[in-house]
Design a protein around this ligand. Structure first.
Ligand code: ADP
Ligand code: ZN
Length: 638
């Protein structure tokens, strides 16, 4: 077999991004199932109308005093409380208590609950009919307000002329002090470096003008949403101590011709009055698309707005102290005129953060939170490849919310773990009752986990769970990327093959245990991933006897836009057939391997499934512990 060439991902940003996507996509194997009804219905549905389970308000108070109550759900809408008494069977229906309409009694009950340490929950459920009524009312109110506005606007126009139209509704924001410093921006060091001189210029323009240096008027920040472009622009203003004007490109685009242009005029008028300053235009692609091109043909309004923007930028001298920073993730669709010298002639790419960057960003956002000593930011950074700065900030925030809800004083690793799962997979739902379906999901997930544990080149299992999650996820197995190569994106042939094999472990387990008639669509996601990887191995990484040349450019770069949308496959139909054939071979070989691993370890598989059905979640350590009672774990070759 010819030695496969690993993708030289460290060479270009594009392939690095592609490899990272690959790594991220693989971080978790989840099973999609149709969201089960039982999982979404509140537990109290069982209790409804069952006379035997009813108790009175008085009895409830008595039981509370005696400390016999385990849990209470207060349902304000129905005016009932659902109560679980200590010692009740877990599956037994809850006891229903009719509450008094009088709020005083309810407050008293709440107080009692608070003081008695009983677990309680107030169910917030919306009444549909009330909602519809509300919506109708809101709509009516909106119509009236809109009509009033139109009348007002007309009279204002006739009074003061149409020229003030845009100004009266100016939508740009101005912050005299952003309060953001470079220290608050982490993980995008190159971009920061390049923008240092802008800060110096804003602080002492004389330094530059004295020697005749030309300072860029416009800087274009290019990158995906959430990578910190706005934050960076604010930090420049903050460091230089100048005001920050911002507007979003989409706000320029209005129904009425001329409004956008007059907003641009207003914005720059204000900016000139306050120079030196930063003008930040978010989503500039909304106005800055190529003129006269694109779907829907030319858009007069947008063209006028764009022309006005160009005029304004040409109008002020390079040393007038206004620096326009624009952000986009589609630089390729921008009108060439915007990118000419003297306009946005400087482009800075703001990439998704790498491992170090993520660590830095986590550091920044952990500053203002109470974090327990056991929390290792390093481990979080390792587990979150592909996260943007905004997602990392959100992660810590979610964890903090969970901490408050659990009434703890500091965020621990448990909350962080839960927040990661929540953001990457979905909200947890009520576990399924023991059923064939539950066992099938358990076999599927243990199939993934066991196959991966028995393979040499796979990432270590973090956990396997069958607690369902929103979005129709029945369960999942997640993995920790290996320490030594979190972000370098160099993934070997053997590792890719092992990934394919473990992805097929779920389906293989279903088939072995339940027979080929009973396999489910739960593996659809897995199979999609297998096909993706196998195809990329052949067409991009040159990992097959079809040759070591790239036949496709990375499709994960779609956000860069047009050039990729027009991408043609660069091979013949004959080659396409060969590629398909090779993909099938890779997948088949891997499937057979997964099946044989599971078949030879059938009793281990059953034991793990029993444990998982009982516990619902098994962490990686316990899992490996059980496996090692049966077989020797492979030593990963570092
Ligand atoms: P963009 O403008 O690129 O869409 P933002 O600047 O609006 O992204 O980022 C949203 C939020 O995410 C920021 O306010 C900040 O809290 C967080 N964030 C994003 N990137 C970073 C970063 N590099 N360092 C620190 N925080 C970041
Ligand atoms: Zn699966």
């Amino acid at each position: 077999m010819n030695k496969p060439t690993p993708p030289s991902s460290h060479k270009s940003a594009l392939s690095r991004r592609a490899a990272r996507t690959l790594a991220t996509g693989w971080f978790v194997l989840q099973t999609l199932i149709a969201a089960p009804m039982v999982a979404t219905q509140p537990v109290l549905a069982q209790a409804e109308g069952d006379e035997e389970t009813k108790i009175t308000y008085g009895q409830l108070l008595e039981k509370l005093d005696q400390g016999d109550v385990q849990r209470v759900e207060l349902d304000n809408l129905r005016g009932v409380a659902n109560v679980r008494i200590k010692g009740d069977d877990d599956n037994a229906p809850l006891h229903q208590v009719t509450l008094f309409a009088n709020d005083v009694y309810n407050q008293r009950l709440l107080q009692k609950l608070r003081s008695s340490d009983v677990e309680y929950e107030v169910l917030e459920r919306s009444d549909n009919s009330a909602l519809t009524g509300l919506a109708v009312n809101a709509l009516l109110a909106l119509i009236v307000v809109f009509a009033l506005l139109m009348i007002l606007r007309r009279s204002a126009n006739s009074a003061s002329g149409a020229m003030n139209f845009g100004r009266s509704r100016a939508r740009f924001q101005m912050e005299a002090k952003t309060g953001v410093m470079f220290d608050d921006v982490a993980g995008i060091e190159e971009a920061k470096e390049e923008l240092q001189e802008v800060v110096i210029f804003l602080k002492n323009p004389e330094k530059f003008t004295a020697i005749g240096a030309r300072i860029p008027k416009g800087v274009l920040l290019v990158g995906q949403p959430g990578t910190g472009k706005t934050l960076l622009a604010k930090a420049i203003a903050g460091e230089a101590g100048v005001p920050f004007f911002s507007i979003s490109g989409s706000e320029f685009v209005e129904m009425f011709v001329g409004v956008g242009a007059s907003r641009v005029r207003d914005l720059f008028k204000k900016a000139k009055e306050n120079s030196p300053c930063i003008v930040f235009i978010d989503e500039i692609d909304a106005v800055g698309r190529q003129r006269g091109a694109g779907i829907g043909g030319g858009n007069d309004e947008r063209e006028q707005t764009l022309n006005q923007l160009l005029t304004e930028m040409d109008g002020f001298e390079g040393n007038s102290g206004i620096i326009v920073i624009a952000a986009t993730n589609r630089p390729d669709v921008l009108d060439a005129a915007l990118l000419r010298p003297g306009r946005f002639d400087r482009q800075i790419t703001v990439d998704l953060p790498g491992y170090k960057g993520r660590l830095g960003i986590l550091d920044v956002h952990a500053r203002d939170k109470k974090i327990a000593d056991d929390v290792n930011l390093d481990a979080i950074a390792r587990r979150t490849p592909g996260f943007s700065g905004a997602q990392l900030a959100n992660l810590l925030n979610e964890a903090a919310i969970l901490t408050a809800r659990r009434r703890k004083d500091a965020v621990t690793m448990a909350e962080i773990d839960d927040a990661i799962d929540r953001l990457t997979i979905g909200l947890t739902l009520t576990p399924l009752l023991d059923s064939k379906k539950k066992r099938l999901i358990a076999y599927h997930e243990v199939g993934h986990a066991l196959v991966s544990t028995m393979l040499k080149h796979s990432d270590p299992l973090a956990k396997v769970t069958i607690i369902p999650r929103s979005g129709g996820v029945g369960g999942f197995a997640s993995y920790l990327p290996k320490e030594d190569r979190v972000d370098d994106g160099l993934i070997s042939y053997a590792e890719l093959i092992d990934r394919i094999t473990m992805a097929l472990g779920g389906r293989a387990a279903e088939e072995i245990v339940f027979g080929s008639d009973e396999v489910t669509q739960g593996a659809a996601n897995d199979i999609q991933q297998v096909t993706n990887i196998a195809r990329q191995m052949i067409t991009r990484f040159g990992m097959s006897e079809l040759g070591s040349f790239a036949m496709e450019s990375p499709s994960s770069a779609v956000f860069l836009g047009r050039s990729d949308l027009m991408q043609r496959s660069e091979y013949s139909e004959e080659m396409a057939a060969k590629i398909d054939q090779r993909v099938r071979e890779i997948a088949m070989t891997a499937y057979i391997k997964a099946r044989s691993i599971l078949k030879t370890n059938r009793s281990l598989l059953d034991r793990l499934v029993d444990r998982l059905v009982e516990k619902e979640t098994i962490d990686g350590e316990e899992f490996r512990g059980i496996v090692s009672e049966y077989v020797d774990l492979p030593t990963p070759n570092q």
